[in-house]
Design a protein around this ligand. Structure first.
Ligand SMILES: [Zn+2]
Length: 213
């Protein structure tokens, strides 16, 4: 059977992107949308990956895709991460009108992987799953649910939930405040636990100089 070079490279690109998305635990429907591969081929790729990479176990996500807009503002860490990811989408041109109106699914999927992987490296966190990132991109593309605000304190831009009247502060400033007082908070929590259990103050809290005297 003769297979043209063009067809071979096209097929190879689809498989490479599908494997890349499988590594990020993307859902079958998302992989199908970007690669055009059938569910059956994607399932077989999953099996091949699982057999050849036993050291990297994968979870296959089933059920409904993420739909909760409130997820992106549920705490300062996630809100900060979502804001960072949104700026990454802009930097990679994923929100450009030209690209949005005539997207080549294969190129768009690869560009999305580039942006998501860069985000993981820069944030050093995996709090935002691939599917949540994909959902975030589509919310921003449709300009629904989420908006951008500028913080008066630090001048940074951050995402906020337009579907709720609850106003959350800038996540960057909030995280800075949280980081400044972790010891005080922990000490207070320990004191409350001791009081609740009626325990005496541990000897370690008495300064060493006083013990020697
Ligand atoms: Zn701020």
């Amino acid at each position: 059977m003769h297979i043209s070079n063009e067809r071979y490279f096209d097929d190879r690109q689809r498989h490479d992107l599908a494997l890349r998305m499988i590594r990020h635990e993307a859902r079958t429907c998302t992989i199908r949308m970007c690669t055009g591969l059938t569910d059956d081929r994607i399932r077989r790729l999953y099996q091949t990956y699982a057999t050849n990479m036993p050291a990297m176990p994968l979870r296959r996500h089933r059920g409904k895709s993420p739909r909760q807009i409130a997820f992106f503002t549920r705490n300062p860490r996630i809100q900060f991460e979502a804001s960072l990811l949104a700026s990454m989408f802009t930097a990679f041109g994923l929100l450009e009108p030209d690209l949005r109106e005539t997207p080549n699914p294969l190129c768009y999927g690869a560009l999305f992987c580039d942006a998501y992987e860069t985000h993981l490296q820069l944030s050093g966190s995996s709090g935002m799953s691939f599917e949540h990132a994909w959902f975030l991109l589509h919310l921003l593309m449709r300009n629904t649910g989420l908006g951008t605000l500028r913080c008066r304190q630090c001048g940074g831009h951050f995402l906020h939930d337009r579907t709720t009247v609850v106003k959350r502060a800038c996540p960057g400033c909030k995280l800075k405040t949280i980081r400044r007082r972790p010891r005080r908070k922990l000490a207070e929590r320990a004191r409350r636990s001791r009081d609740a259990l009626g325990l005496p103050i541990p000897p370690a809290t008495v300064p060493a100089a006083r013990l020697e005297a």
